[in-house]
Unconditional design. Structure first.
Length: 204
């Protein structure tokens, strides 16, 4: 699975005058899982990327098993924007995946209403820290399994069990290169946030 995106919008879309609800969403996950690709494929503006070429300085520090072909890495965050409706806009922040940049995550989580945990089944252990930090902050999230060649065809139930995820956390398959697939992930997250808000309103 490469990082090339498909279904890119024909032109970049200006923000609608009617937009009144902006939600900050963070995309987290391990190194090379596809966070930058996800933001790029769905953003309706030219995404801001902070990618740098990987150097020999990272050898022995960065764990690259399964992603040896990767030549760049995010050193701060990615940023993009998508309008789900004329009134609702999502501001997307892709967190850096390498362990040495994880200290930035807590800052990115500030003001975040929800998150997407992107999972690569070849490197399942890389998902633990993301899930742990989101639970620590009390940030609602969904899990999106980005299917890679050679990653096996583990079922969503098997992945849920491996990650010890409770049933109320949505989990879906996705292809981070495909705009419609990423948009479906984001809609799933917004629906999850809406359901949680309704449940809180009903709680005496």
């Amino acid at each position: 699975m490469g990082s090339a995106t498909s279904e890119l919008p024909a032109r970049r879309t200006p923000l609608a005058d009617a937009a009144e609800t902006g939600l900050k969403i963070v995309v987290v996950g391990g190194f090379g899982v596809g966070k930058t690709t996800m933001v790029r494929s769905v953003s309706e503006i030219r995404p801001l990327n902070t990618e740098e070429v990987m150097t020999q300085a990272g050898v022995g520090i960065d764990e690259t098993t399964g992603v040896q072909e990767k030549t760049t890495t995010t050193v701060a965050f990615d940023f993009g924007r998508i309008s789900l409706t004329e009134r609702m806009v999502l501001y997307l922040f892709g967190a850096p995946g390498q362990e040495r940049f994880w200290f930035l995550w807590d800052r990115l989580f500030s003001g975040t209403l929800g998150a997407v945990v992107l999972v690569d089944t070849r490197r399942m252990d890389d998902s633990w820290y993301a899930i742990d930090r989101l639970e620590h902050h009390g940030t609602p999230f969904v899990v999106a399994v980005n299917r890679f060649d050679g990653g096996g065809r583990h079922s969503l139930d098997e992945i849920r069990q491996a990650l010890a995820l409770p049933e109320h956390v949505p989990m879906i398959d996705c292809d981070a290169r495909v705009r419609s697939s990423v948009k479906h992930v984001l809609i799933t997250l917004v629906d999850h946030l809406y359901d949680m808000a309704l449940a809180q309103e009903r709680t005496p």
